[in-house]
Design a protein around this ligand. Structure first.
Ligand SMILES: NC(=O)c1ccc[n+]([C@@H]2O[C@H](COP(=O)([O-])OP(=O)(O)OC[C@H]3O[C@@H](n4cnc5c(N)ncnc54)[C@H](OP(=O)(O)O)[C@@H]3O)[C@@H](O)[C@H]2O)c1
Length: 251
């Protein structure tokens, strides 16, 4: 692989690697030579991903990332990391008045609190190497663009983008970079569930808003994450990289 893109022997943590975008990211990074720590809740699927990856010695962390014990465990067991991809998340599009206390708290816990607290524990335990690159998975539905049903989901992602801005300033002196990636619709299991509940017609209408004429695939996001983890992006920090087939080019 090109010298600017290889990740040979880099140690990288990827959360939510048991399916969808995270699985696509893990496959790409392993092919680029990285040693991975991959996380998920579903043991069978996570093990299957680990077995399918290039390289031999990838490690798995199983469990719910909202658990402080699991966060501590990961932050104490992994070696010093050259990269962190906080991708695990819950996609729930619910009209604001239908949300309740529990559904609001759950979205904020999984999408904002869990990655934030895990990141803080990794930093406190000195598990982030100098010149490391950290990526938080946001969404085009965040603080800049809205969508019907996206009030709380978008708030959780907007909060992550806020964290990226200030943390990139705090960690810049150590050469540590912090960025987010905002995908448009990417065809994953989570989206198949939404497609069933929202209906095919509404999906076909939505697809018309994508200038490139298709929804994304996990590999489209994996390419952006690969770039942000590699030396090719060594002077890029504090940004949000939008990967949306042109969706947000519309005003
Ligand atoms: N797909 C899209 O169109 C889209 C667009 C914009 C942003 N995103 C973001 O991209 C990320 C991945 O989405 P996806 O479409 O790939 O979803 P997905 O297929 O449902 O995968 C979600 C992953 O996160 C893990 N996860 C969820 N909740 C968790 C928890 N509490 N603790 C530990 N792991 C947890 C899941 O683990 P298990 O399966 O093992 O339970 C799974 O590996 C999310 O942050 C999402 O918000 C997706």
């Amino acid at each position: 692989m090109d010298e600017y893109f290889h990740l040979k022997d880099k140690k990288i943590l990827v959360t939510g690697a048991s399916s969808g975008i995270g699985k696509g990211i893990a496959e790409r990074l392993a092919r680029a030579g990285a040693h991975l720590y991959i996380c998920g809740r579903d043991k069978e699927r996570l093990d299957r991903v680990a077995e399918s990856l290039n390289g031999t010695s990838h490690q798995t962390f199983l469990g719910d990332l909202t658990s402080a014990e699991l966060q501590e465990h990961i932050a104490s067991e992994c070696e010093k990391l050259d990269g962190v991809v906080l991708n695990a998340g819950l996609i729930e599009l619910i009209p604001f008045q239908i949300h309740n206390d529990q559904s609001i708290r759950e979205l904020m816990e999984v999408n904002y609190m869990a990655p934030t607290l895990l990141l803080q524990k990794l930093i406190k335990n000195r598990k982030i190497a100098r010149n490391a690159s950290m990526i938080l998975m946001s969404s085009v539905t965040s603080a800049v663009h809205g969508s019907i049903g996206g009030t709380i989901y978008g708030s959780s992602k907007g909060a992550l983008e806020g964290l990226v801005k200030s943390l990139s300033i705090e960690l810049g002196k150590q050469g540590i970079r912090v960025n987010s990636v905002s995908p448009g619709i990417i065809q994953t299991e989570a989206i198949e569930v939404l497609r069933t509940s929202l209906g095919e017609e509404s999906f076909q209408n939505d697809l018309k808003k994508y200038p490139l004429g298709r929804y994304g695939e996990p590999k489209d996001v994996a390419s952006a994450v690969h770039f942000l983890l590699s030396d090719s992006s060594s002077w890029i920090t504090g940004i949000n990289l939008v990967v949306d087939g042109g969706l947000t080019a519309h005003s």
